[in-house]
Design a protein around this ligand. Structure first.
Ligand code: GLA
Length: 392
């Protein structure tokens, strides 16, 4: 499936697929983007700060109402269609991919939004399992479709939390709030500094045509993510407990050092990452707003190092992609780091816009030479969050 399509083209092709599948035209459409996190990794579930932006890769849903309370959801890329009743009995089930949809329907019902029965088709250009929040994009596109079907909207923050509910309760993923917030509320030309405790958002301008955001997909996904993610959360909670605070957001590096002898060595390093990363993220938002690109780049490299050594969520392929950018600092590259949960997925690199072709070619060639795997590299601008799309 080609990724180089506009949202309009994607809605068009999804509409055609819908008509072929269901024998009538779709009447409603919604779209929600994937995201890349510029900095602030594994901080959201510590009540900390994150700095993501929505990307120009998105999930489109096209749909039509049914006369009954049944829902059929098919995907252009997944073989197994999903089928369920839209009522309070909704529970997780098979196929697994559809639990994001079921969970959002259930969460919406909890908020009094009843879409009734519907048929829907999904078309996504967000790579699945690539660390660019394909699941949050599906959740927010689903929530937006439900708003259209129900004829009523949710507060954007509530809508994002319906997605988090779906992850926790239906998909069994104990994620934080970053992915759903940015997919729901991203804005073109802006990154979002999100305070995950107060849920206050500060939009940070990132529309300067002289810089670009390059995403490089390792195209590997190491299968340990689920358990490792939950384990990191527990280690952070253990650190906060030992420090006598609500969350690691409340600690300084000085306080952590003072408590070092009381902490397990691994727990100490996990906490050191989170506390340092929070400070880097707030600083990076200011540097980004002021156009201090080289400074943002240094913070990105420091973030990667900390994720690799203290938090231990990187992997060999991510490290290769980040290290490949280092000789190009001062020659078009400002900085790079892994993005998302880790153990595979993507890196994000801040580059001069005019250097995009050269940096892309360098990463593709050298990554292939070193790992034997083909990377997927593309540049993106900050995109808009979830929205309904007029059809017909
Ligand atoms: C995943 C989770 C997010 C966040 C990141 C790590 O993407 O869904 O909530 O915790 O990992 O920063």
């Amino acid at each position: 499936m080609s990724d180089a399509v506009t949202v309009e083209e994607q809605v068009e092709r999804a509409g055609q697929a819908f008509t072929r599948r269901f024998g009538r035209p779709a009447r409603l459409a919604s779209v929600a983007p994937g995201r890349v996190n510029l900095i602030g990794e594994h901080t959201d579930y510590n009540d900390g700060f994150v700095l993501p932006m929505a990307i120009e890769r998105q999930t489109v849903l096209v749909a039509d109402r049914r006369a009954d309370t049944h829902a059929t959801v098919v995907s252009a890329s997944q073989d197994m269609p999903a089928s369920f009743q839209v009522d309070k009995t909704l529970a997780p089930g098979e196929p697994k991919w559809a639990n994001y949809v079921r969970g959002v329907v259930a969460g919406s019902l909890n908020h009094g939004l009843n879409p009734g029965g519907f048929d829907a088709l999904i078309d996504s250009t967000v790579p699945l399992g690539g660390g660019l929040s394909s699941s949050a994009a599906l959740e927010m596109a689903t929530a937006t479709l439900i708003e259209a079907l129900a004829g009523r909207t949710l507060e954007p923050v509530v809508k994002a939390m319906v997605g988090v509910f779906a992850e926790h309760t239906f998909a069994g993923v104990p994620c934080g709030i970053m992915d759903q917030f940015i997919s729901a509320m991203g804005r073109p030309g802006q990154a979002m500094l999100l305070d995950c405790r107060t849920r206050q958002m500060r939009m940070v301008p990132l529309g300067d045509a002289s810089v670009a955001i390059l995403i490089a997909n390792t195209n590997v996904r190491h299968e340990l993510t689920g358990g490792e993610y939950a384990q990191r959360r527990r280690q952070c909670e253990a650190a906060a407990g030992a420090l006598g605070i609500k969350a690691l957001r409340d600690a300084t590096l000085g306080e952590l050092e003072a408590a070092r002898t009381r902490l397990d060595e691994v727990v100490y390093r996990r906490a050191r990452h989170v506390i340092g990363e929070n400070a880097r993220t707030v600083q990076a938002a200011d540097d980004l707003a002021a156009g201090r690109w080289a400074r943002v780049g240094e913070l990105m490299y420091a973030s990667h190092q900390s994720l690799k050594e203290d938090y231990e969520v990187s992997c060999a392929e991510l490290d290769v992609l980040v290290d490949l950018t280092r000789p190009l600092v001062g020659k078009g590259v400002y900085g790079a780091r892994m993005t998302g949960g880790g153990f595979g997925g993507c890196t994000v690199t801040l580059v001069q816009a005019e250097a995009v072709p050269e940096v892309t070619a360098h990463l593709e060639r050298e990554y292939q030479a070193r790992t034997g795997i083909a990377a997927t590299v593309f540049s993106t601008r900050p995109a808009a969050g979830a929205r309904g799309i007029p059809v017909g």
